[in-house]
Design a protein. Structure first.
Length: 371
């Protein structure tokens, strides 16, 4: 990571120059910054992770630009989009210093350390691999790829290049995730028998890219990847898909998916996900044992969440506070690049999540996404 000029964070030299002009106007003596002050500033600037964005995606402000304002170790410095005019408008709106005419030009920029990839699912593999091979670390939107084979190639490239490749399952970095896990590990629920996760949203506009098979669309790829990730996390194990049933928006593209799963120790699981269904909005997880844990909104808990634990002895309800999930995620990503200590949403975990997605489509009688 290196420093670079930035209009939002003036350098110490620039600040000193502005102060010198003011003092000169007032005919006051000027004190130069000490060598120690300059060294401290240089050390701080050298730790800034300079990030570029591939595509002017709607999620980028929430997932990266606003969190970067809360994470001083990260600076969003450049963007490229298929439409350069759209990229320029996006950059002007969000204060991004440089606009590159193409994705390749952005990846060739030596003053970018990492990229955020919010492109359509079907383009995650191609451009994440290109970024890794260009020496950039990658924070890639979920799901990591169009299928498990693509995910494996991406992870292999990250390993070969020594760069970080992190899947942007931001929910994993909010304190609610650790709290859910702590309740299960405490034994208060007794022997766990079943885990269910549900995520349904209203997306009636069929021209949305999430309904395009060629771009890796479908309910299971979009909101469904969350349900599978949370299910696997709560179980602490990898499931087998027993049965799946899809309701289609168009050939091969699911608008809703229900799947039944089984774990090696006999526990069962279920996911429901939808982009458009009778359940307009549903965001919850349930863990059943001798007791029961119900969680409202484990996917974006910074907006609101509720964790209810019911046992034969008592019932408790709590809300787990915290910053935005995306802020936690960006802090973790910057630390991952700095320390080289892997995060929970990379490597084999990302491949495993894609394996379950592929298996859900297979059991539903649909083609997996991608080639």
């Amino acid at each position: 990571m290196h420093s670079l000029p930035n209009t939002r964070r003036p350098t110490l030299h620039a600040a000193w120059l502005g102060r010198s002009l003011a003092l000169h106007t007032l005919n006051l003596p000027l004190a130069r910054p000490s060598t120690a002050m300059l060294r401290r500033h240089t050390d701080m600037a050298a730790n800034v992770l300079r990030m570029g964005i591939l595509g002017a995606a709607h999620i980028a402000p929430m997932a990266l630009i606003r969190p970067a304002r809360e994470v001083p170790e990260v600076e969003v410095t450049a963007i490229a989009a298929r439409d350069p005019g759209r990229a320029r408008a996006f950059a002007n709106k969000h204060g991004i210093a440089r606009v590159h005419p193409t994705y390749d030009a952005l990846l060739a920029d030596p003053e970018i350390d990492a990229v955020y990839n919010p492109l359509p699912n079907g383009l995650h593999c191609e451009w994440s691999i290109k970024a890794l091979q260009a020496g950039k670390h990658v924070l890639c939107e979920k799901p990591l790829a169009a299928n498990a084979d693509e995910a494996a190639r991406m992870v292999a490239t990250a390993d070969a290049t020594g760069r970080a490749l992190v899947e942007a399952f931001h929910w994993r970095y909010h304190p609610l995730a650790a709290r859910m896990r702590a309740v299960i590990d405490s034994g208060v629920l007794g022997a766990i028998r079943r885990i269910e996760t549900h995520f349904c949203i209203p997306l009636p506009f069929r021209n949305d890219i999430r309904y395009r098979y060629d771009l890796g669309g479908g309910a299971t790829m979009d909101v469904g990847c969350y349900t599978i990730s949370v299910l696997r996390f709560l179980a602490g194990a990898e499931p087998e898909v027993v049965h799946a049933e899809a309701k289609l928006a168009s050939p091969e593209v699911d608008r809703r998916m229900d799947a039944e799963l089984r774990f090696p120790d006999g526990r069962t699981g279920h996911i429901t996900c939808a982009l458009f269904s009778a359940a307009l909005f549903r965001a919850r997880a349930k863990v059943l044992g001798d007791g029961e844990m119900k969680v409202f909104n484990p996917y974006a808990p910074h907006f609101f969440n509720r964790l209810r634990v019911q046992t034969p002895e008592r019932t408790t309800v709590e809300r787990v506070p915290g910053d935005a999930t995306y802020t936690y995620q960006l802090r973790a990503f910057a630390e991952r690049v700095r320390s080289n200590i892997p995060l929970p949403t990379e490597g084999e975990d990302a491949i495993a999540n894609m394996r379950v997605i592929d298996a859900v489509y297979e059991k539903a009688g649909l083609k997996r996404r991608g080639t």
